[in-house]
Design a protein around this ligand. Structure first.
Ligand SMILES: Cc1cc2nc3c(=O)[nH]c(=O)nc-3n(C[C@H](O)[C@H](O)[C@H](O)COP(=O)(O)OP(=O)(O)OC[C@H]3O[C@@H](n4cnc5c(N)ncnc54)[C@H](O)[C@@H]3O)c2cc1C
Length: 396
């Protein structure tokens, strides 16, 4: 383990989990990641290994079959996994958000029904807010759930479902008519069950196919078409309609810590590759690390990795302590994702022309880093959240 991205004050159990995950990443992920990514191949063996390690149930309470670990443990595990291959952390992220939403907002019946199977990875979660015409502006959700007899009928189109094909349980934000005067209180989260795969995966639920992306390959990102999907009222998250927006925002808040952690993982790997290459490549009679411009680049990269890691850890610790962390999660996500892109670009520059070759890992990281700027809200949206919250706290 290198000098960067260390965390003080961890328990023996946390250290043990991280050690196991680190070994798994070294042995099972890093040697195959770039090849699988270039082939856009689903990492089936890696996912099975994660199941065995208990990663799908990391934060699920022990009474529901999980390991009952903290958000901090989760974030540190994600940093390690993303250091190996960011797409693999994407496999567990939407699953983790759905499990978290169930833990926080589900009825006891819903928890009993889903959490034990989610802990083993038998049930796999995806979450769906975005639509073709909206991502940042969640208030514009148009997928409509209409009340019928003892349930609802849902029609609409969803976009950008990470794990849309491989998941079997999708938390879907829909518009419902609760007669509330605020658009936010006229939204409901439904727990839609479906088969894995593509085509019609449940009555009125079609997953057309994988979206072809520039990076974040290997795992499936899809659309979802809902055509008069019939769903019973007990599939409303928490049993009560009109709370969906707030439930989703709660899920996205911890998701921001997750994306921050992923960004730290990618940046850490980019640093490692850059600092190694800089000592091997020689120009003008010496290793390029001995040219001050490159040395300074290394110093700046390391400082950014450390800053981002500290902010992710702080946000996770606040959440674990039961404190508000909207500002801190937004800051951590924004800083980690922006720094991740800067660090990856610096490492890419250190690699010279070879960085542009698919033979070098930095080429993959370059494409993966870009997604960190988008997922769980862009930096513009983080700034809106941070700024508005601070205006309330510092109100004159
Ligand atoms: C690979 C991938 C996987 C994804 N997975 C999921 C998923 O699993 N579930 C899900 O629900 N969604 C998912 N998304 C969607 C993602 O959350 C959105 O793409 C993201 O929130 C941005 O929304 P948008 O693409 O509609 O951009 P827009 O909202 O159209 O924004 C476009 C630009 O305008 C800026 N902007 C917008 N509003 C403002 C404002 N008020 N002030 C200043 N600037 C503004 C944005 O910052 C951005 O630069 C995924 C996206 C990708 C690419």
């Amino acid at each position: 383990m290198g000098r960067l991205v260390r965390t003080e004050g961890l328990t023996d159990e946390q250290e043990e989990i991280l050690k196991l995950v680190r070994q798994f990443v070294e042995k099972e992920i890093l040697p195959v990641a770039t090849d699988l990514e270039h082939k856009d191949e689903y990492p089936t063996d890696i996912v099975e290994g994660l199941k065995e390690l208990g990663i799908f149930g990391l934060m699920i309470p022990e009474e529901y079959g999980g390991l009952g670990e903290s958000l901090l443990t989760y974030a540190l595990v994600v940093e390690e996994i993303a250091r190996g291959w960011m797409s693999v952390s994407g496999v567990i992220n939407t699953h983790f958000i759905v499990a978290y939403m169930l833990m926080q907002h589900g009825t006891e019946e819903q928890k009993q029904k889903y959490l034990p199977k989610m802990a083993t990875g038998e049930v796999r979660g995806a979450f769906s807010m975005s639509e073709p015409s909206l991502g940042s502006d969640v208030s514009a959700v148009s997928t409509k759930a209409t009340k019928v007899d003892d349930g609802y009928e849902i029609t609409g189109q969803k976009m950008w479902l990470t794990n849309g094909g491989s998941s079997t349980l999708v938390a879907v934000l829909c518009k419902t008519d609760e007669g509330a005067d605020s658009v936010y209180r006229n939204m409901t989260t439904f727990l839609i069950e479906k088969e894995p795969g593509f085509g019609e995966t449940a009555q009125g639920v079609t997953i057309p196919g994988k979206i072809d992306k520039m990076g974040y390959k290997g795992i499936d990102t899809t659309e979802m078409i809902l055509e008069k999907h019939q769903i019973s009222a007990d599939q409303v998250l928490g049993g009560e309609p009109g709370k969906g927006f707030y439930q989703m925002m709660d899920g996205v808040e911890v998701g921001r810590v997750n994306v921050g952690a992923r960004a730290v993982g990618i940046a850490n790997r980019a640093f490692e590759l850059g600092v190694a290459y800089a000592q091997q490549r020689e120009t003008f009679g010496k290793p390029i690390a001995q040219h001050q411009a490159v040395l300074f680049r290394i110093a700046e990269m390391a400082t950014k990795v450390e800053t981002a890691h500290s902010m992710v850890v702080r946000a996770a610790r606040l959440k674990d302590a039961g404190e508000r962390m909207d500002v801190e999660a937004g800051m951590a996500k924004m800083v980690a994702s922006e720094y991740c892109n800067e660090v990856v670009e610096a490492s890419f520059r250190i690699h010279g022309g070879y960085g542009y070759s698919k033979e070098y890992e930095i080429e993959r990281l370059y494409r993966e880093a870009a997604f960190m700027l988008i997922g769980e809200g862009t930096s513009d949206i983080q700034k809106m959240i941070i700024g508005r919250s601070l205006l309330k706290d510092y109100k004159l």
